[in-house]
Design a protein around this ligand. Sequence first.
Ligand code: GLU
Length: 430
Amino acid sequence: MTANSMTTEISKEQQEEKESLNLFYSTQTVIQKALGKLGYPNEMYELLKEPLRLLTVRIPVRMDDGTVKIFTGYRSQHSDAVGPTKGGVRFHPEVNEEEVKALSIWMSLKCGITNLPYGGGKGGIICDPKKMSFRELERLSRGYVRAISQIVGPTKDIPAPDVYTNSQIMAWMMDEYSRLREFDSPGFITGKPIVLGGSQGRETATARGVTICIDEAAKKKGFNIQGARVVIQGFGNAGSYLAKFMHDAGAKVIAVSDVYGAVHDPNGLDIDYLLDRRDSFGTFSQLFKNTISNKELLELDCDILVPAAISNQITVENAANIKAKIVVEAANGPTTLEATKILSERGVLLVPDILASAGGVTVSYFEWVQNNQGYYWTEEEVDEKLVKVMVHSFETIYETAQKHQVDMRLAAYMVGIRKMAEAASFRGWV
Ligand code: GLU
């Protein structure tokens, strides 16, 4: 190999890594591969590579100081071949069109994996909820529902919580929708407070789903959760409940982090103390003197690593240094495609995001079913059903990976896209 071709080689790899950092692009790449493996023609890829619909809205909100601020929001609906679309709404300063589109495709895949009668949707508003008052957030939430009301509804597209949105925001949104339609519409949105038709177990569902995946993955790797060392990046809804569940199951949670940094104790952290001291955005690390960085946290010696924060955390830069036996992606897109390859070559069992984080939408589906029938289940019933769905999904993907000799991510895409492709074929779209 000449020096020149070496240079091109390196820059090609760098180019691939750069591209795999783009969530939308990397999702399309894996969808194309998955459909190819399943034997679908290119038209199917052309249909499914982009959302069917993307609505951009501008929402005027009267701020507490009397001024009016205009916020931009989105709702993306990937595919309604299987049924109504479903997915959360995030409030975040970095929300953008590409991300919302990619996330709606992921919702389709999550619903496919768990065999729910939905396609994927996702919404977002560009805002910084940390800097907004309670009443400003209420006006923004209601304004968003008015702006998107024509394309959503219990049989069209069902929103839910996501990054920095919670059951209070779902309650305002449900109330606004019910007022617009002039009848009570609990099935319009999921993740509501229990008293407004929320489901038992919804609040903890994402973390429960991750816990079930960890159990299954540990069985495959032949080790016990009891005493296993767990590292969790992020202490939001998924990360914090997961830390609690792992701690209660007898695992040793040795490090957790928030946006500012991480706390680490090889003997295990006092999770109840952290839960007690964190603020409503899950931050706690500023209370501690000795912290390590999020980057250092990922490379700690441990058995189970759970990235539960943001995307692109495990990349070509650090994939070779990850010491965990299993990586369970509770966040969306925490590992790039190049890093996925490196982990898989190194024998690390990676449970991909679209499987690991599917517990939330699964219990959202249970909530919607309960709303539609007006009959409510106990927490035990919800949990039992969730375990069934998650274990079955895990097994199907694991077997698909073995059978086709592919990594768990590609296997998850194959399982996730299959039902949608089949439905689109039966409808005569392709
Ligand atoms: N926002 C969650 C997710 O990304 C939940 C979506 C839902 O419950 O519909 O899976």
